[in-house]
Design a protein around this ligand. Structure first.
Ligand code: PLP
Ligand code: COI
Length: 340
């Protein structure tokens, strides 16, 4: 299929409307078959559950072109099961996991012309999401829901690609103990908007959130998990029940151990020990691995040995290996690459 005339190399991480999206409706206790539509707009009752009480969950994954010209998506089964977890936590009906993958496939196929060519650095970002569509005024779950999948071609999440970022430790909390930090609910992102707007105003790319109970342990940023590297090349990443279980992180941990022979440790990480690490990065679908050069904690600067000019050697190798696997230059573990 002929590609759209888009300046792929210079795309930012923004919404650009594509031709088709998938929509399915839940009514009277059952999902309908769903269909592709050209209509990018949604008409909702003024009292819809999503509008009043933020009953909405979402996912994020990418379609891209491999070195041998296939269009693929990365581990969509994990997005399907995480969305099911998110839905259960917000008292929403689960969209069946096999149907989720089918819907993603259909939407990507219908928008093939927007899947960036190999080697451009761009991807087709896929956003499955679901929301309460019927009216509620007392605080309770909606009776009816809509599941949709939209796609948009995107470039890097952080401007400048892989240049090290400066972030700050924020005084705001993202997620409470026993709250919703571990699911992908829109409400978690609404919570983070004031913190990110003020961080940007003050010249920081992102916020480091600490655990809300003790404010001594590293959690994550608004849209990615942390990775650290010790002096002896061990990968350390925070363990917490209130951060999103990143699919990129799970994949990177596997790659670090099985492809690079690195030791990996998932454990509580105290803010106090962060200066002992030599590299720091953020990982996620949108972020891939983005390096952190400096963390500012109320005026105290934590500068990583890897510096502000480029990503450190261990995270660079890790990023390169994951991208090589994703783009088909190295063989992937069984089931990771889903050809469309
Ligand atoms: N943490 C948060 C809060 C996120 O929004 C995301 C993005 O999805 C991640 C981490 C990374 O998760 P994944 O690697 O599954 O994209
Ligand atoms: C993703 O990485 O897919 C996300 O959903 C993060 C979001 C902040 C863009």
């Amino acid at each position: 299929m002929e590609k759209k005339n888009i300046d792929w190399e210079n795309l930012d991480f923004g919404y650009r409307q594509t031709d088709k999206r998938f929509v399915a409706n839940y009514k009277d206790g059952a999902w309908d078959e769903g269909t592709l539509t050209e209509d990018a707009n949604i008409v909702l009752n003024e009292c819809a559950g999503v509008l009043q009480y933020a009953q909405t969950v979402f996912e994020g994954l990418k379609a891209y072109t491999t070195v041998d010209g296939k269009v693929v998506i990365f581990r969509p089964d994990l997005n399907a099961s995480r969305m099911a977890d998110s839905a259960r936590r917000l008292e929403m009906p689960v969209y069946p996991e096999d149907k989720f993958i089918e819907a993603v496939e259909k939407t990507v196929k219908a928008n093939f012309a927007y899947v960036p060519p190999y080697g451009t650095g761009a991807t087709l970002y896929i956003r499955p999401y679901m929301f309460g569509s019927s009216p509620v005024i007392g605080v309770k779950p909606a009776q009816e829901y809509q599941f949709r999948v939209l796609t948009t071609p995107v470039g890097p999440y952080f401007k400048g690609g892989v240049k090290p970022l400066t972030i700050r430790v924020t005084d705001f909390d993202r997620a409470a103990p026993h709250g919703t930090g571990h699911i992908k609910a829109g409400l978690n992102y609404a919570m983070s908007l004031h913190a990110i707007v003020t961080a940007h105003e003050e010249g920081y790319a992102e916020n480091m959130y600490l655990d809300a109970a003790t404010r001594t342990k590293v959690e994550e940023t608004g849209g990615a998990n942390f990775l650290f590297v010790t002096k002896d090349n061990k990968i350390v990443t925070p363990k917490s029940d209130s951060i999103l279980p990143s699919i990129t992180r799970r994949s990177l941990m596997y790659v670090a151990e099985h492809y690079l022979g690195l030791e990996v440790e998932q454990r509580e990480v105290y803010l106090d020990e962060v200066p002992n690490f030599v590299e720091c990065g953020l990982c996620g679908t949108a972020a891939v691995i983005s390096p952190i050069g400096k963390i500012v904690d109320h005026g105290r600067e934590i500068c990583f040995a890897s510096g502000m000019d480029e990503m450190g050697p261990v995270l660079s190798k890790l990023r390169e290996t994951l991208v090589d696997i994703q783009e088909g230059r190295i063989e992937a573990p069984e089931g990771w690459i889903h050809v469309i």
